[in-house]
Design a protein around this ligand. Sequence first.
Ligand code: ZN
Ligand code: ZN
Length: 450
Amino acid sequence: MTNMNVRFCTILSLSIVVPALAFAQQTPQSLADAELPSLLAIYKDVHSHPELSGHEERTAALIAKELGAAGCEVAEHLGKYADPKFKGYGVIGVMKNGDGSTVLVRTDMDALPVEEETGLPYASKVTSKNDEGKDVHVMHACGHDAHIAVFIGTARALAKLKDQWHGTILFVAQPAEELGTGARALLKDGLYDRFGKPDFALGFHDKADMQIGHIGVTEGYTYANVDSVDVTVRGVGGHGAYPHKTKDPIVLAAEMINSWQTIASREDNPLDPIVVTVGSIHGGTKHNIIPDEVKMQLTVRTYKTDVRDRVLAAIDRIAKGCAVAAGIPPERAPIVTVRKDEFTPATYNNPELTKRLVAVWKEQLGAEKVEATDPTMGGEDFSEYSLPDHSIPAVDFHIGAVDPAKIAEYKQAGKELPSLHSSKFAPVPEPTIRTGIVAMTAAVLELMKK
Ligand SMILES: [Zn+2]
Ligand SMILES: [Zn+2]
């Protein structure tokens, strides 16, 4: 080979490489990498300034600013709550790119009354008054701060990938997820009337026992219907030494609690998961007084609507039946109240949409990094965006947030990892945010591709 030829080859290869670099196609991965340093700064800022549900003023302003900078038309202060003490801090960013379908992308943004014990340099030291006027510590113990970083990163990435999609993206920053009221407040404030009903809705949550770099998704039901039920057991009080002159509501409450457990074991189809938990019971003041009443608070979890209806009816029937058996007069029958305004519907991942997105994620992240996760009886008001009949196909997926070495260490020690809502929970931010952006961006591109 002569010198001439070498020079010719160099020039030729340069002339191919330079334009290729200049026009290298941007990908969800390359865009996520480019945005990570600034998103990490946002994450740490939000992490150290957590706000309680329904009070997300600073967080909402930050998100509104970032969505505007990413090229969205932004609407702020959305949300109509049943309880007027909450202000609407919902933020909607509309990213338009010609005709096409509408896809909703949702983040939550509220924090929890938890005192942070992660020891991180950017740990929260914030205290705030809760809605009962009590001073509480506040912490992003559910990772909604990481969700915000993923959400902003996704908006930035999709703004730069406009040559690859068409349609409208509704970026929804939802307040008060932890109360289960934020999504409903946005819909009540005309989210779909004002910004259009989406063709698809996408949500995500970090997962406290899944390794970083992985995502997980469940086909079908993934979170449960959540009902809160109040029960007041009424008896006839008196002296603890003379039970024969009373109708003891404490013994009666105990009967009810045990009988309610037979709903799962004897009344329900074993293939339909249900949970009836009595989380609170209060009655009486002193050793030797039989009180007049006992108050209980229940959480009831189901998936299917007909199962939900049957379980709630059974709770009522059993409470009243136990009272009759105990000889409680009809005018002192127990009062069973289902708190309709606190209901969170089950989250149902549309199977067809889930399969479609799983295929995309396997391609983008690697097949081994997309896990089929088990459904849980937890609750998530992302379900509201799908509407009660699930007529808007929706998928809510998990993002791994834990170092695999830590998972192995805890497993070996036979210990449970810090769960969501734990004072010790914190995602490993960079890979969690990166994976979230890649997964969400790829999902939106799939649904809106040119
Ligand atoms: Zn939570
Ligand atoms: Zn959460």
